[in-house]
Design a protein around this ligand. Structure first.
Ligand SMILES: [Zn+2]
Length: 288
């Protein structure tokens, strides 16, 4: 299981989340068989959603859509407040690296578009918020979303590092937020520290990267850990759920599927699980 640590400065002026999302992104890559750039883009979106979900109270569902007009297509992720996240990317096959350094490229293949969040508190009135993509690198777009949409000045760093075979080596990140009552002097001190901290990729390479992130964020300032929560990739799809979806197609459509196609195979786009419905299964649904 991965983990998300919530912390607060002893002064009460700042709070930070740090995450290890390695297994989450590794599972996503295995399920969707994504190539390098698609893995990093999907992984960053999942991490952003894990942060956003940790920020919600109660039993809510949080959808993040990163919608660009270039190679990746849409990236869709859904999280809950129990630490589960799932997601997919339309184009799993983007695989572009800088020749000289091997750095996996993301931003140039996102294009123009939007960062969209939909928060559903179960009231039937989901709260939707949209901000433009500013770089397509997702971390910066997410920080811009937090600052603009949630009106909370935030610094975000998140990334996915791949090994020589383009498998996930490590994934994670942080979010730092200014709380009401922070003094100008404190804000300046934290800003300077964030600007001067090592690159997120360097911190993720540390043996214990969540600890390294906390130390880089707080420096000499005292802080305390508020909680440590388990997070991970999980899909809530089931045969029953897809039966429900089939029923909504209506009797005529189901009869056509039974008689002409002799069954149906449905693949969950979030996790790739297959559900097979035979001709008899479909007839049972029609008769029900
Ligand atoms: Zn699924």
């Amino acid at each position: 299981m991965d983990k998300l640590i919530k912390s607060i400065a002893t002064s009460g002026s700042f709070r930070a989340y740090v995450l290890d999302s390695t297994e989450t992104v590794r599972t996503a890559q295995e399920k969707h068989q994504t190539l390098s750039s698609s893995t990093v883009a999907l992984g960053r979106t999942l991490i952003a959603n894990q942060i956003l979900a940790a920020n919600q109270k109660g039993d809510s569902k949080i959808t993040v859509k990163v919608i660009g007009d270039s190679s990746f297509g849409h990236i869709i992720s859904v999280a809950d407040t129990k630490g589960h996240v799932k997601g997919y990317i339309q184009n799993t096959g983007v695989d572009i690296k800088k020749t000289a350094t091997g750095e996996v490229l993301v931003g140039p293949f996102m294009g123009n578009g939007h960062f969209v969040s939909i928060i559903d508190y179960g009231t039937g009135n989901p709260y939707t918020s949209t901000t433009p993509l500013i770089s397509g690198e997702i971390g910066e777009d997410f920080a811009y979303y937090l600052t603009e949409s949630e009106q909370t000045p935030s610094a975000v760093g998140l990334n996915v590092l791949l090994d020589e075979n383009d498998k996930v080596k490590v994934a994670g990140g942080f979010m730092l937020q200014v709380l009401p009552g922070a003094s100008e002097e404190e804000i300046t001190r934290y800003e300077k520290r964030i600007q001067e901290m090592p690159a997120i990729s360097t911190l993720l390479e540390s043996d214990n990267h969540t600890q390294a992130l906390l130390e880089a964020i707080y420096g000499d300032d005292d802080y305390k850990v508020l909680s440590e929560e388990e997070i991970g990739f999980a899909c809530d799809c089931s045969r029953e759920r897809f039966e429900g979806a089939l029923i909504t197609l209506g009797k005529a459509e189901l009869e056509a599927m039974a008689k002409e196609d002799h069954g149906a195979e449905i693949t969950c786009q979030f996790c790739g699980n297959h559900y097979n419905f035979t001709e008899t299964d479909l007839e049972d649904l029609i008769n029900d």
